[in-house]
Design a protein around this ligand. Structure first.
Ligand SMILES: [Zn+2]
Ligand SMILES: [Zn+2]
Length: 118
């Protein structure tokens, strides 16, 4: 999502002159925005947490049981599209980050035990 080069410009969110992250053009386009965001570390972390939380995948799309932990980054997470993926499915080519893997696993677990998620 974000290039790592520090730039001399204020954070798009809080206005601090400590920008550490620059949004990629493709990520900005994805949001439907024309301008890339520049973010300080704190706002970047907030943005990532918020975007990860806002993404949801249809139940049953990701089968966490077929995923293999790679231990290294194998690309960008297919669900949130932000975090580095460390889980991947060799057949389905699904890639998940730790956060999305955990949430998918929880979803699958609650479905199996018959607990409905609201
Ligand atoms: Zn900021
Ligand atoms: Zn993810």
């Amino acid at each position: 999502m974000i290039d790592g080069l520090p730039e001399r410009e204020p954070c798009s969110v809080c206005g601090k002159m400590q920008v550490q992250y620059r949004e990629r053009r493709s990520a900005a386009r994805k949001r439907g925005a024309h301008q890339r965001r520049s973010l300080c570390t704190a706002c970047y972390n907030h943005a990532v947490a918020r975007e990860v939380a806002s993404k949801t995948v249809l139940p049953g799309v990701v089968d966490t049981q077929t995923l293999v932990h790679r231990g290294v980054c194998v690309g960008t997470c297919d669900i949130c599209g932000i975090k580095p993926a460390v889980w991947s499915d060799p057949k389905a080519r699904t890639k998940l980050c730790e956060v999305c893997y955990e949430s998918e696993k929880l979803k699958a677990g609650s479905a199996e035990s018959g607990v409905k998620t609201v």
